[in-house]
Write a protein that binds this ligand. Structure first.
Ligand SMILES: Nc1ncnc2c1ncn2[C@@H]1O[C@H](COP(=O)(O)OP(=O)(O)OP(=O)(O)O)[C@@H](O)[C@H]1O
Length: 584
């Protein structure tokens, strides 16, 4: 239960509602226990008439009618309180689930990129849905059934002991056995349902991947083999489901068997004791049968609750592991920082911690506020890594990055990122309208600003061409847009912020050279006083930059302006000549 102590703060938060729930549960159970006493009493009334102790039929009828009215009344009141019991305790558990989900999600947002690299998306999703769900079962149903069982058991046992102590002992004997079996069964059900869940997530991951890659599957004619793979996975999943159903099917027969056993004990022992005169009336047997039936379910839940608590403990342990993690990229400065945009790399080296690949090796350059620099280099040479380090998605392994002369780690992280406009290599658009995708860069942007940004990114005309214009909703990953259009919406999103530093990661690769030229011209006008870094494979994107650096295997092998670089032998000149010939 140590891990579950994390939930106590939420119990405290909702303490009044919870206390009311506990009280209501107790009241509901008390009313439920009126029934056996009233039924026992009714049987005695009839028995007394049969034995001739009561002779007046009218009195018997009246007594029976009163008992019936009481039974109905108690059932109605008990029902109302049972309804309220769910409205309070289950309501609180839903609130706790909501709070815990938000707590986990906030922590996800706080953690750095490396956390996402070292944990699979499926695991992250599971913590927030399944694990939180298990903890909710502990905070709601398990708590409710525990109070229910304790209340029913204590009151019923006192009442039963008062009227027939020996019979009580005999009748409760099967109950702990029932509880133990249900516990074993619940554990086994849990084990099997976890396996079912795992297969289900394998199935959904497979389906999701095949839906996303449907164009590859179709163009390679892989439908049949994909079908066969799905068939295999779903057949395995079906077997696991059948396994689960088999063990679940035991649940109710086991309960019915043990209830039956208790009933037989009551009738046999009770009957014997009645004949021997140890029990004074038949009503005792009648009410005991009802007690046994009333107690069976709560006793069964003891086994169920134990298993739920164990599962919740394991789930909360997994959640706590995430909650305890600290972001590797820390904000060391709580005060907002003013950022002008001068960038300096001083002997910066960086090795990715997960792969141990050295992406940058002693890279140095200086950019004044408003300068434009292009980074050219083969694939995998470390270009994107330079941009990632400026955004502090990672911290350098050695060397130093300074912004406006201040070490990047000493700047307020929010200020730094708010002053960056980053266009990633692969444009990611949310399943939302084009307008909202652009406004993601500036949440309070006016319509005019959105249109201006789109115009500068040369995508306004395309958007206007859609029947719903800026309200066009993009499908999953913006599939309704072409690659080039996606890149341009992504550029609009970055420039609408008017940040001090703009980072373009090969984001014009999917547009033709004419459009590239147009966008670069527009960008020149709006980035005049902004520090800009353009990563590209194309000389056309780099040539007008104030400075160009060439990376190879993480090392800076060349730097200078376009004019100086085309005059010296080297990678840049080769690339220039090659692309010139291609264009011609
Ligand atoms: N998140 C990551 N984790 C581990 N290694 C990485 C990661 N990102 C990049 N790398 C590795 O670091 C090296 C540099 O990658 P980087 O993405 O900076 O190159 P790039 O020049 O931008 O390449 P491209 O032109 O293909 O985009 C590569 O060897 C790559 O495999």
């Amino acid at each position: 239960m140590r891990e579950l102590q994390h939930v106590n703060k939420y119990f405290y938060k909702y303490r009044y509602k919870l206390l009311a729930g506990i009280l209501i549960t107790i009241i509901a159970r008390i009313f439920l226990l009126f029934t056996p006493e009233l039924v026992g009493n009714s049987v005695d009334v009839i028995d007394n008439y049969r034995k001739g102790i009561t002779t007046d039929v009218a009195t018997v009828k009246t007594e029976l009618l009163i008992n019936i009215l009481y039974i109905v009344g108690a059932a109605i009141i008990g029902g109302i309180f049972t309804f309220l019991m769910r409205q309070t305790i289950i309501y609180v558990s839903r609130k706790i689930e909501y709070d815990l989900k938000n707590e986990v999600y906030q922590q996800y947002q706080r953690l750095s990129l490396d956390f996402y690299k070292s944990n699979r998306t499926g695991d992250l999703m599971n913590r927030i849905s399944e694990d939180v769900g298990k903890v909710r079962e502990y905070a709601g149903p398990a708590l409710m059934y525990s109070i229910n069982t304790v209340t029913l058991f204590v009151i019923a046992l006192i009442l039963m002991f008062n009227s027939a102590p020996t019979l009580t002992l005999y009748t409760v004997i099967p109950l702990p056995i029932l509880s133990y079996f249900i516990y074993i069964l619940s554990k086994s059900i849990h084990k099997r349902s976890t396996i079912v869940q795992q297969w289900l997530s394998k199935l959904s991951t497979f389906s999701q991947e095949t839906f996303s890659g449907v164009s590859v599957i179709k163009s390679y004619g892989l439908e049949a083999s994909t079908n066969a793979e799905f068939y295999k996975l779903s057949a395995e999943s079906r077997e696991k489901n059948i396994d689960l159903a088999r063990i679940q099917a035991l649940f109710f027969p086991l309960m019915i068997f043990l209830i039956g056993l208790s009933n037989i004990i009551v009738i046999y022992i009770g009957g014997k004791q009645y004949i021997d005169g140890e029990i004074e009336s038949l009503g005792v047997i009648a009410k005991f049968i009802i007690y046994v039936n009333l107690l069976t379910w709560p006793v069964a839940t003891v086994g169920w609750v134990t298993s739920v608590v164990q599962q919740a403990e394991a789930s909360q342990k997994r959640i706590n592991e995430f909650l305890k993690q600290e972001p590797t990229i820390k904000n060391t400065n709580p005060e907002p920082s003013h950022i002008e945009g001068a960038i300096e790399f001083d002997n910066v080296s960086f090795t990715y911690p997960d792969t141990n690949i050295q992406a940058l090796n002693k890279v140095s350059f200086k950019l004044k506020k408003g300068d434009t620099m292009a980074i050219i280099g083969k694939t995998g040479s470390g270009k994107s890594t330079v941009l990632d380090l400026i955004g502090r998605l990672y911290d350098v392994s050695s060397g130093e990055i300074k912004i406006d002369g201040t070490p990047i780690q000493n700047l307020n992280l929010n200020s730094l990122r708010n002053n960056l406009g980053y266009v990633p290599q692969e444009a990611f658009l949310f399943s939302d309208s084009i307008r909202n995708n652009i406004m993601f860069g500036k949440e309070d942007a006016t319509e005019e600003e959105v249109i201006n940004a789109a115009k500068n990114a040369d995508v306004h005309k395309n958007i206007k061409g859609f029947s719903k214009g800026y309200d066009t909703v993009l499908g999953e990953r913006g599939i309704t847009l072409s690659g080039g259009q996606k890149q341009r919406v992504s550029i609009a999103r970055a420039i609408i912020k008017a940040p001090q530093i703009l980072l373009f990661d090969d984001c014009l690769s999917a547009v033709d050279t004419e459009t590239e030229e147009k966008i670069l011209n527009n960008l020149r006008a709006i980035t005049r006083d902004k520090t800009t870094i353009i990563v590209s494979h194309r000389v056309s994107s780099a040539k007008s930059a104030d400075n160009i650096i060439v990376l190879e295997d993480g090392k800076m092998i060349q730097s200078g302006s376009h004019d100086t670089l085309i005059d010296v032998d080297g990678y840049y000149r080769e690339l220039y000549l090659k692309q010139l010939t291609e264009n011609n």
